[in-house]
Design a protein around this ligand. Structure first.
Ligand code: PLP
Length: 385
């Protein structure tokens, strides 16, 4: 079966956050992380079947939904997940917030590596915990961890470490040795490790496996909260269906207690879509990855050839998000500048990068949209470029 990622589906005047932001303006929205592709036919069929049933009472996953998650973890990563570890959640940001409340007290510190998806920095602050960020360093064309800075950042109040695996916005797939060193770091400092793996099924470099952090050893599994979802890969974030995998029973109980009465339950349609995504959609996912690789290659090539002053600093190994260094353009506000030229990007400053240095571009769109966006960005280059 072939899948069509090229035919545009109009999203203006729909309930899309991504498109509403620029309603009525000729700005291509390449910001928030959802894709402009319809989801897999199998998911649509599952949703139609669920709607046709006609009842939408309080939901609980049926056995086949749990089985689909467990089977996907085993077949993709060799990770044998006990169904008892699963805590269903309406979103991963919820999971980050609950983790902070469950495993740190007010005033305690939550470490992370920046730049990073903004809720990694805001979730601790939402409940009076303190976010501490250690900057990545660019070494020989790869984003790497400054291990000495990480050690120095630990204080008697550090309780938690948030990891983005693979990384948004750096599009980096962490190697087993790096994860092992991070796991050792968390064990030595007795930190709970929260591993956000929402992008794990979007690895573009087929030579790089996704290694679930908790798979490294039973000891690290016992201190890990893994957050996952079918949402990014299968383009169903609006259906609000995610889960935490927490092997340690006492930690799981703490997490569930912190979420209790605050976190809404997952809905009927989300469960139906999730089951189909993990069980029925592998051919669609492989076709998507091939299309995204094509977009990634087109983007990297075009930026290098035709957009002087804009740099892809490191390989884009995963995700559909490109982290672009625009500092050579000398723009005080790159986002406003590119918006004036018809392209809506995400501001690197929200991710912890210095003002004006980076923008993030979402290439989860048709090739034609990407080509037009890059054409507009070229036209936006300051004179002399
Ligand atoms: C690393 C990461 N975590 C979480 C999310 C959002 O998750 P959710 O929509 O389930 O809250 C995103 C969205 O871009 C993300 O990139």
């Amino acid at each position: 079966m072939t899948f069509d990622f090229d035919t545009p589906i109009p999203r203006a005047d729909t309930d899309s956050q991504k498109w509403q932001k620029y309603a009525g303006r000729d700005i291509l929205p390449l910001w928030v992380a959802d894709m402009d592709f319809a989801c897999a036919p199998a998911i649509l069929a599952a949703l139609h079947r669920r709607v046709d049933h006609g009842l939408f009472g309080y939901a609980r996953p049926v056995q086949s939904t749990t089985d689909a998650v467990v089977a996907a973890m085993e077949s993709r990563y060799g990770w044998r997940v006990d169904p008892a570890w699963i805590v269903w959640l309406p979103g991963l940001v919820v999971g980050l917030n609950v983790t902070a409340q469950a495993f740190a007290d007010p005033g305690d510190e939550v470490l992370t590596l920046s730049p990073v998806y903004p809720p990694f920095m805001t979730a601790p602050k939402n409940s009076a915990r303190v976010s501490v960020q250690v900057p990545f360093v660019l070494t020989a064309g790869a984003w790497t961890i400054d291990w000495d800075a990480l050690e120095r950042a630990v204080t008697p109040r550090t309780r938690l470490f948030y990891l983005c695996n693979p990384h948004n916005p750096l599009a980096r797939v962490w190697r087993r040795a790096e994860l092992a060193r991070l796991a050792d770091f968390c064990a030595r400092h007795d930190l709970v490790l929260c591993s956000d793996e929402i992008h794990c099924d979007l690895i573009l470099d087929s030579a790089l496996p996704h290694v679930p952090t908790a798979l490294l050893s039973p000891e690290i599994a016992a201190r890990t909260v893994t957050l996952m979802a079918p949402s990014k890969t299968y383009n169903i974030p609006g259906l609000g269906t995610s889960f935490a995998l927490i092997p340690d029973a006492a930690r799981r109980a703490r997490f569930v207690r912190a979420a209790s009465g605050i976190v809404a339950e997952v809905n009927n349609l989300g469960y139906a879509a999730c089951e189909s995504a993990y069980r029925d959609c592998e051919p669609w996912r492989q076709a998507l990855l091939a299309y995204l690789r094509g977009n990634r290659d087109y983007l990297v090539d075009t930026v290098a050839r035709a957009l002087p002053g804009i740099h892809v600093e490191a390989p884009i190994e995963a995700t559909y998000l490109a982290w672009l260094n625009v500092s050579a353009l000398g723009l005080a506000d790159p986002i406003a500048h590119f918006e004036r030229h018809g392209v809506g990007l995400s501001d690197g400053a929200f991710f912890g990068s210095p003002n004006g240095r980076h923008v993030r571009l979402n290439f989860g769109c048709t090739r034609a949209t990407l080509a037009e966006a890059l054409r507009r960005m070229k036209a936006a280059l300051p004179p002399g470029r």
